[in-house]
Every structure is written in C-alpha cells, then in structure tokens.
Design a binder for this molecule. Structure first.
Ligand code: GCU
Length: 353
C-alpha cells in the first residue's frame, strides 16, 4: 500500500517522542484542536444545565421493541435549547450496548434505521434528526445556531453546522448515561454521509464514545482530501460552506497546504475503535480515498502496539469486510446508502471487539 499512500503525500500523525498510549493522548488533543481550529470549528461548550423528560412510550414489533420519545432541554449562554431524541431498545434485563445515531429524519424505524433488526441483535439505539438541532443551510439564526451566535458574526474558528450536530450527539450520550439499561462503556456514534462526517467528529471530541462509525462519509469525512476523486474541497466549500468554520475556506484549491488530512480524524479515535464503510458505486465519496485513510491511520495503532487496520496488500473490492483490527471496514456493492446490510456488518464487528 506504500506506493498508494506516497502518491497522497500522507502526513504522519505521529510525532517523535510518543511511544505510549498516554503520550499519544497528548498528541491526540493537538490533532483534535487542529481539526476544530482549521476545519469544523470548535464545538459549542457543554450546557450549563441539562434535563430529560419522557413525552411518550410505545411498543413496536409485537412488543419486542420499546420506543420512547424524550425531550432534552439544555441551558447554553443562559438560554434554553431543546430537541427530541428517540430511544429504542429491546425488552431485556441485561445491560445493552447502544448506538447514538445522528439521522436525516426523525422517524423510527426508518429506511436507514432498521430498528427491529438492530434490537433483535441486542443493541439499543438513541437517534435524533439533525435538523432538530439546526437547519442544514447558511442560516445561523436557526435552532442551536441562534442560541450560540445570537445574531453576532462567527469568528473564523467558531463552529459550523457539523460541529453543532456533533455537540447534539454528546447530549444524547449525556442522556444515555442516566439510563440503567444502557452499558455506558459500549456506546457507538454513527451517521451516514454528511452525518458520517459528523459521527467522526463526535467520536473525536467525546471520548465517552467507544466507537465511531462513518458510513459513506466521503469528502471531509473519512476520505483523504489530497488527490481525492469525486467531491473536493472547492466543490464542498461552495455548496456547503455552513458545514465548516470560516478558516477552512482558505484551503479551497489548496489541499496540499492543509496541515493535516482526514486520516487525522480517524486517528483521533486511537486507542478506541473506528469503523469506515463505503459503497462501491459511491464515486462522489471516493471509496479508495476512504480506504487509504484507514491505511494511513493504522500507523498510529501500530506505534502503540495495537492492531489497527488489518487488510490485504491491495486496494479494496466490493464485498471486502475487514473486522480484525481496531479499524473496522467494509465495502458493500452498490450505491451511496446506509441499509440493513451495513448495520449487520457493524454489529458483527462490535460483537468481536
Ligand atoms: C452531498 C455532499 C456530500 C455529502 C452528501 C450527503 O452529496 O456533496 O459531501 O456527504 O451530500 O450528506 O448526502
């Protein structure tokens, strides 16, 4: 794989002097800081207050699944901000591993959230709709954005919308910690596409997530930016400047000048777990660049003596599933999507680790 990585001008995440997990954790803080300062903006602060109120509970799938709707209410900068989350879990007496899913919609079940199959395999899910946090556009007065900016201009390193959605995933995690049926050590944050980018940032910034899963996240998610095909920084920053901080705009057409690449985001999960899934026809996201990012992040696990990305010495082909190391991976045949097949791979991987 060396030749492919050389073509991409891979920057080492590693720096001299780090040989233990503890030494890496300091480096990790610098990496997360860099990604926030230059790309996504710093996440909003933890709320001054947070509370949870259950508004409904029902049974689904002949009583096999319990679905609760909860309103999370936070106080931020002295002002209230609330949003709904959905907590689905199988009826059980034992502690459950769970997903925090940042979703495009608030429906449960949903095309991307086959709750019956997930619960059947013994996992709970806390999901929310990203637009209930703030709109997916340049309106910085909507929802959480309005609370944070209050009509003021953003500083160049202040949060864009991805960072706000990631902040909300951490609030869902705050809720999970209050639920005795959920196993707090087995929390995985997951998202698809733009929300896969968000899931990686949430995992990087909140160490309570044991694993982060990015499905088809592509540009500014799992995929390397240097020499990427499909979407690039110019295209994404033109179409979706609101996802990022203003500092990031200076890298349009200047990928080679970035002081990092997206494998830093993956390496921010070390020594925890991270999973990258791609779809073979998703050339906009660029499966090869997503795969090479995993190869590049592998180095960091190796340095601290952990198994990182275990894969054959070749580019991926549809049907590949690599679950052995701390970086999980699969490439499904087909289009840009998050479907039941992906969920079963994720659960197989989590069951091993
Ligand atoms: C667009 C965008 C991608 C993003 C995707 C999505 O295609 O260019 O970067 O991942 O939308 O979120 O569906």
């Amino acid at each position: 794989m060396k030749e492919f990585l050389e073509e991409r001008n891979i920057m080492p995440v590693w720096q001299d002097g780090c040989y233990t997990i503890d030494e890496y954790l300091n480096r990790r803080r610098e990496i997360v800081d860099l990604l926030c300062f230059e790309e996504y903006g710093y996440l909003p602060p933890k709320p001054e207050q947070i509370s949870f109120s259950e508004v409904s509970e029902k049974e689904l799938f002949l009583g096999k699944v319990i679905l609760k709707k909860i309103i999370i209410t936070t106080t931020l900068n002295g002002k209230p901000f609330s949003f709904p989350i959905y907590h689905s879990m199988p009826k059980t007496v034992k502690k459950l591993p769970f997903f925090v899913m940042i979703n495009f919609r608030d429906s449960v079940p949903d095309v991307s959230l086959p709750i019956d199959e997930i619960c059947e395999r013994g996992y709970a899910v806390i999901s929310f709709c990203y637009k209930d946090i703030t709109s997916d556009d340049g309106d910085f007065n909507d929802g959480l954005a309005g609370i944070i900016y209050d009509g003021q201009k953003r500083n160049p390193h202040d949060c864009g919308k991805i960072a706000m959605w990631a902040w909300a995933a951490s609030r869902a995690m705050d809720y999970a910690l209050t639920i005795p049926e959920l196993d707090s050590g087995k929390a995985t944050v997951i998202g698809h596409s733009r929300l896969g980018k968000t899931a990686l940032l949430a995992g990087a910034t909140d160490e309570r997530f044991y694993c982060a899963i990015s499905n088809n996240s592509g540009c500014c998610g799992a995929a390397l930016s240097r020499n990427k095909v499909g979407e690039n920084l110019k295209i994404i920053c033109n179409a979706f400047p609101h996802w990022f901080c203003e500092n990031f705009m200076k890298y349009v057409d200047r990928e080679m000048d970035l002081p990092f690449d997206q494998h830093f985001l993956i390496a921010a999960m070390v020594p925890r777990k991270v999973y990258v899934s791609s779809s073979s026809e998703d050339l906009w996201a660029d499966p090869v660049s997503e795969y090479l990012s995993c190869c590049a992040a592998d180095e960091v696990y190796a340095k601290i003596g952990m198994e990182g990305f275990t894969h054959p010495n070749r580019l991926p082909v549809a049907g590949d599933v690599f679950h052995q190391g701390s970086i999980g991976y699969h490439l499904k045949e087909g289009k840009h999507s998050l479907i039941s097949e992906d969920w079963h791979h994720f659960i197989d991987y989590l069951n091993i680790h």
